[in-house]
Design a protein around this ligand. Structure first.
Ligand code: M6R
Length: 369
């Protein structure tokens, strides 16, 4: 039931701190190390894999893009991501040293299921990250890591996405822990920080009033662009997907560095552009480059909606609207940066009078190829 919320989507957005906490529950030991025995892939197998391939669709694909960055950073194992619908038709190169990870809320998406079957036929080990107990993908996989988002009813995925991210971080950190990398200290530190994330997500949810006002004020916009870099790029894609499916608006996500290669021609007076700003700590080069992008688009008339960490003062002069998110380790930022984009899309769609939980032409689980 909706528990007093107007839509399941609103309820599911609000449930995110708990969903994130539940997905972490029992997986971080009192010794500060990860315990994923439930996955049942022997450590020896994890030590021997020489590449990871992640396959998913839609929002789950955006989680996969972020997982790639985390896996390659913490484990130095090469990782590819691919849309499930494209995967098996290109004759992918796989063998028994490949770890294939499928990500699916429903566990029934036909494109992902067929890709998973194809991977197993090639001899790859398959780990399914899934939210639905006993669904087809986890039943057929070699190993399973369940996300504990609870049932997601709204067609637009929200809490399942955040828990997929948590599961991906757990897999990346666990692989790093088992294989041993030069990032050992960072891994220990990030495991601790992960445990803090439910609190940070809660904090973002508590400050969404101005984002709702902004969304309503943009209900007659014809297009919204989203920019990001590194982990912020998939977040930008996710923000655009939410707006397409709920508000039926033209929305597009770009890697901010690509602006100058074409998309900047789209910028015109009054065009809303949402920018996800990387942490000024860590990858400060990326941060500075994105601040210049914000300057450039604003000089060309864009209405800039800037999502930036608390304490990041460099963005202030160029933000028409500033949305603050808590400071987190660089790779974990999507857990907080995505939330305002979900609220934005939900509110804008509501202002347009759309059926938020059941957008036109879409099904919760896409069981055809
Ligand atoms: O159940 P799955 O995670 O396999 O579903 C994949 C996509 O169909 C799904 O994420 C879709 O893009 C959502 N409607 C996005 O909000």
């Amino acid at each position: 039931e909706k528990d007093g919320y107007d839509y399941f989507m609103l309820k599911e957005i609000a449930e995110q701190p708990k969903a994130v906490a539940d997905t972490l529950l029992g997986r971080i030991g009192t010794d500060g190390r990860l315990h994923l025995d439930e996955v049942r892939i022997p450590d020896q197998v994890l030590r021997e894999i020489d590449k990871v391939v992640i396959i998913a669709c839609g929002t789950s694909f955006h989680a996969a893009m972020i997982a790639k960055l985390a896996i390659e950073h913490w484990t130095r194992v090469p990782c590819e991501v691919e849309l499930a619908s494209e995967f098996r038709y290109r004759d992918p190169i796989l063998d028994k040293q490949s770890l294939v990870v499928t990500i699916s809320q429903s566990g029934e998406t036909m494109d992902t299921l067929m890709a998973q079957r194809h991977a197993r036929e090639q001899g790859a080990k398959v780990l399914a990250i899934c939210n639905t107990n006993g669904s087809t993908m986890p039943r057929e996989a070699d190993a399973v890591l369940y996300t504990h988002a609870g049932p997601e009813v709204a067609v637009a995925s929200t809490k399942a996405f955040l828990t997929q991210l948590v599961a991906c971080y757990l897999v990346a950190l666990y692989l790093g822990q088992v294989r041993g990398t030069k990032w050992g200290d960072e891994i220990t530190e990030v495991i601790q920080q992960l445990a803090e994330m439910p609190k940070h997500v809660e904090k973002v949810l508590d400050t969404m009033g101005p984002v709702r006002d902004l969304a309503r004020s943009l209900k007659d916009a014809t297009s919204v662009l989203f920019l990001g870099r590194h982990v912020g790029y998939p977040v930008a894609l996710e923000g655009a997907l939410k707006l397409k499916e709920l508000a039926y608006m033209h929305a597009e996500g770009f890697a901010a560095g690509e602006l100058k290669h074409g998309p900047i021609a789209l910028i015109e007076d009054g065009l809303p552009v949402v920018v996800v700003v990387p942490s000024p700590r860590g990858r400060s080069v990326l941060h500075d480059k994105i601040v210049s992008n914000i300057q450039e688009i604003r000089a060309r008339g864009a209405k800039t909606i800037v999502i930036a960490e608390e304490g990041d003062e460099a963005v202030v002069p160029y933000a028409d609207h500033l949305v603050r998110i808590p400071a987190t380790p660089v790779l974990l930022q999507p857990l907080v940066a995505t939330v305002p984009l979900q609220v934005f899309a939900c509110e804008l769609a509501t202002a347009k009078g759309h059926e938020v939980d059941q957008p036109r032409n879409l099904a919760k689980s896409v069981t055809v190829e």
